[in-house]
Design a protein around this ligand. Structure first.
Ligand SMILES: [Zn+2]
Length: 220
């Protein structure tokens, strides 16, 4: 059963997990999260991760799996790279049903990714979308070096060109530029997201994950 999770965690679990994890007064708190509060909860989770004080696994996962089997109400979405050093739920200290995660090498916006994030926003009610670049991203680095690669790997390179044009040979700058460019592409390329942003019902922001230190920094 429950072992005194952080307040933010209770709020985030409430709608998906029900009264077993929160007092009735708090149940449904997740759906009331503002875009700023959703972002704040992600960053608070990252602070817990950095300090080694994670609480996401304090809840009985068996019960949580059962409670979320028929529905999900994630409070935020994250588009991250597929890189194994970026375990999204870990770095934001979140558990089952809390964040809607899309992953693709270089965290690029494609029509399939837009479709997925639109589903998260319009159907599931995510309040924030974070486009998360990360330090030493191999996809951006390979594109920067113009490396020949087997199979279809190099088809990714074209997505990074605008960032490479901005950043020259500075890899960290290219990774950060790419996250901001993909974030902007989502805001402009999705009518669903653009509409929600306009109504202040969702926030879309780029962020950068330092894989050595474990910290996430907002870029916008
Ligand atoms: Zn990467």
């Amino acid at each position: 059963m429950l072992r005194a999770p952080a307040a933010g965690l209770v709020a985030a679990f409430a709608a998906a997990a029900g009264a077993e994890f929160a007092t009735p007064a708090r149940a449904g708190a997740q759906t009331e999260l503002t875009p700023d509060a959703a972002l704040k909860e992600l960053l608070a989770g990252n602070q817990r991760f950095m300090r080694g004080r994670m609480t996401a696994l304090d809840v009985d996962l068996k019960i949580l799996k059962r409670k979320t089997a028929d529905q999900q109400k994630p409070f935020a979405a994250v588009l991250s790279c597929a890189d194994s050093r970026v375990p999204v739920e870990f770095i934001f200290d979140q558990s089952i049903g809390q964040i809607f995660v899309c992953r693709v090498a270089g965290n690029v916006i494609t029509s399939e990714i837009i479709a997925s994030l639109e589903y998260g926003a319009a159907v599931l009610g995510t309040k924030a979308i974070v486009v998360l670049g990360h330090a030493n991203c191999g996809a951006v680095k390979a594109a920067m070096q113009g490396k020949a690669a087997p199979g279809q790997i190099s088809t990714l390179y074209r997505y990074f060109q605008p960032a490479l044009d901005q950043a020259g040979s500075n890899l960290e700058l290219a990774i950060k530029s790419n996250a901001k460019i993909q974030s902007e592409l989502l805001r402009k390329g999705s009518t669903v997201v653009a509409d929600l942003v306009k109504k202040n019902l969702i926030k879309v922001t780029a962020a950068y994950y330092d894989i050595a230190l474990g910290g996430v920094t907002l870029l916008e």
